[in-house]
Design a protein around this ligand. Sequence first.
Ligand code: ADP
Length: 489
Amino acid sequence: MNNNSLKVLFACSELTPWVKTGGLADVCGSLPQALAEGGDDVRVVLPGYHSVLQHIPAPLFISVVKLPLGSITLCRGDLHGIQVLLVMHESFTNRPGNPYMSDSDRPWPDNARRFALFSQAVCEIAQDRTDLHWQPDIVHCHDWQTGLVPALLSQTDTEQHTSRPATVFTIHNLAYQGNIMIDAYNRLGLPSELLVQDGLEFWNQASFIKGGIAFADKITTVSATYADEITTKDFGCGMEGLLQYRRDRLSGILNGIDTDIWNPETDLHINTNYTFGTIDKKANNKKDLQAQLKLREDPNALLLGVISRLAVQKGIDLIIDAIKQLKNENIQLAVLGAGDSELQQQLQKLAKANPENVSVEIGFNESLSHKIEAGADVFLMPSRYEPCGLNQMYSHRYGTLPLVTSVGGLADTVIDINDDPASANGFVIKSANPVLLQQGILRVIELFKDKTRWRNLQNNAMQINYSWAASAAQYKNLYRQALQEPPKQ
Ligand code: ADP
């Protein structure tokens, strides 16, 4: 700890490795550690879900906290030396499985109440009104689940934030907004003063994410391009007007990745470890993956990998279409994913019709995801929008060249050989369009035959430094600016 150090409270609804549905969990699992390594005092506050308690069966009791929406028990667990404060309430602790959805893939009907309660707990900690006796300088909130926090804290505003910490709100995916009917909002007994046009009100609903966007001292997204995109009608999900209005508070900071977990030199999940110096050994991982997935063992087939939520956002429909159209080419597809049941069925049908060339594994499988990263030649991410994206960065580390659309974080990390041959590290198509994807794959098939150029791309990709330290330094800078911001008028 030094004079320059800040006290930062991370408020989030997911945390790798305890509870994860997407990239948000990875950010909240890694960034606090990177900030702590830089000398900051960082704590995380997380709902005490049933699944989290499997990892920490005996969390340390701190106190019972009475909140407008009910009483919670505040406990503590530790993760890699970071204190994780757990908000225990039966709506979290007694609900196994996915944090937001029931087994039948429907959102829990009381999600608004659960995350409003969680947000109230965060506000109590933020104002040092629990037995923790610790007040953060900054509360860093993530996505709609914590959007109410900046809104509720704004009600205590003074000119220099003296009674509240400064707030930072990060949008990991603007499409998930936590919108509820006005009646439901009123039933929660949340402040009616917040339900105004430049507050939570959103097309005759109450929007939790709008709380973060309208009231936070600083707003961030997880890439610079996505920060620009969400101020436009095409990507703004109805929030573009407000985001344009708050443009001076909005910026993008690219996520880092966990370079210990995603390291082909040391990865224990893969058949053969390698570096760029020993890149020929990557072929063993391809052979192993083809064998495991019962694909034809052909070193010359271009093996395309996909690890993804099965969602329209991710362009999975375009991939299915492209594979059908290009059935006479020597390509293979290995998909790992879960999500939309319609896409799942279409993928399974494709695999059944082409068992030697298409493999589809449904479910969440950490170990197989590493094997695909190491074994595939190319990683497909034809996303319609992509706030940051992690898999294109993992792919770079493994010398697996990404083929992506030019959106969000993909545009900020992947350089096409036609745009800049010297520093190229993958392939970019302009937008999520079926013909462009097919043309893109055909272009990659040709290039795959030119081993020298392919190696150059792999070399560029594998040299990129994606460690969290660089992103953490940018957040630290932003926190300092947030402390200087006058509260919203
Ligand atoms: P998003 O957050 O939109 O789902 P990201 O690319 O930002 O997409 O992050 C997704 C994360 O989840 C990555 O770490 C990815 O490897 C992982 N992932 C997604 N689906 C699976 C799966 N079925 N099995 C294992 N890991 C998965």
